[in-house]
Write a protein that binds this ligand. Structure first.
Ligand SMILES: [Zn+2]
Length: 306
């Protein structure tokens, strides 16, 4: 049995939104067991809430955007990946703007912030989804294959006809892969796309400070890459963040080829649409019954001994 976890204390970060180019503040707070992750737009009247749940995904172009009741929040994936990497089940994430700040384009700053306050166990078992059947999904050249496993494993591969990327793969295994080896892998984009996006009024805050930017052949960042396989590592980070939107811990072996936010979102829908695909294991209910049973037996034994 694994216990649910939350932050020991609140922690704040400040940074710019990649699309708006405007500064916003994000505050991560502890939350009660079984609460899950909840985003709060503190800049809007009434501070509306948006649950971190795949059913609230409203856009997967460039980043994962959640929305509920007409209120949206963009770029949720990197902070969610950091929560997943730190094993945090329950948290409230307050943001005073329409986007979670991009920071340096990775999960590193969020991961460091969570580490700085620490994480603690709560007195409630962590329920999980155990996959029971193989689930497959193909969108053009992208595909996903999910198979039953006793823990979460994600095998990511990418193939880009670009001299600085090419074919890369990375295997993530929960409990074995050190999250710090992934946390600092940055998002990436191509100079031609960044220019088009800026003309469209998007990516206003996008720069070499918060992304790996490539031209037709080379990485343009003066310091180069942080890891030779930074591209596929970032894809794994995105997957960890997006799968947090399942709203429950997933036990499955997930293979992703040319993965992205749309593939992740559609994969969650595909898994949940057939109840035969999975089983929700909630040990806390079972343990509670077992504990109550033991307690009753003890009371009976105590009474009998007199
Ligand atoms: Zn990303």
């Amino acid at each position: 049995m694994i216990l649910q976890r939350t932050l020991k204390n609140k922690v704040s970060l400040q940074g710019i939104g990649v699309h708006s180019g405007k500064s916003s503040r994000v505050t991560l707070r502890p939350a009660q067991p079984n609460r899950g992750v909840l985003f709060v737009r503190t800049d809007l009247p009434g501070a509306p809430e948006i649950a971190a749940h795949y059913k609230n995904i409203v856009n997967t172009q460039l980043a994962t955007t959640l929305g509920y009741g007409g209120v949206t929040l963009s770029t949720v994936e990197h902070v969610l990946a950091a929560l997943q990497g730190c094993g945090v089940d329950n948290a409230i994430i307050e943001v005073d703007g329409p986007e979670v700040p991009i920071m340096d384009g990775s999960s590193g700053a969020f991961w460091e912030a969570i580490q700085s306050v620490g994480v603690e166990s709560q007195l409630q078992a962590r329920p999980y989804l155990a996959l029971r059947k193989k689930v497959e999904l193909k969108i053009g050249e992208k595909w996903a294959l999910v198979e039953p496993s006793s823990h979460l494993e994600i095998h990511g591969s990418i193939e880009w006809d670009h001299p600085s990327i090419g074919y890369q793969e990375f295997h993530y295994q929960e409990g074995k892969t050190e999250f710090k080896d992934l946390a600092w892998a940055r998002t990436f984009g191509f100079l031609r796309d960044v220019e088009i996006l800026k003309k469209m009024g998007l990516a206003r805050g996008g720069s070499l400070e918060n992304a790996v930017v490539l031209d037709h052949a080379l990485v343009l960042n003066p310091d180069g890459l942080r890891f030779p396989d930074e591209f596929v590592k970032h894809k794994i980070l995105d997957a960890l963040g997006d799968f947090k939107l399942a709203g429950i811990s997933i036990q499955a072996y997930i293979r992703l080829h040319r993965g992205g936010h749309d593939l992740h979102s559609q994969l969650l829908t595909e898994i949940f649409k057939d109840p035969d695909n999975f089983e929700i294991i909630d040990v806390s209910e079972r343990e509670e019954k077992r504990f109550l049973g033991m307690h009753a037996a003890l009371v009976r034994g105590f009474v009998a001994s007199f």
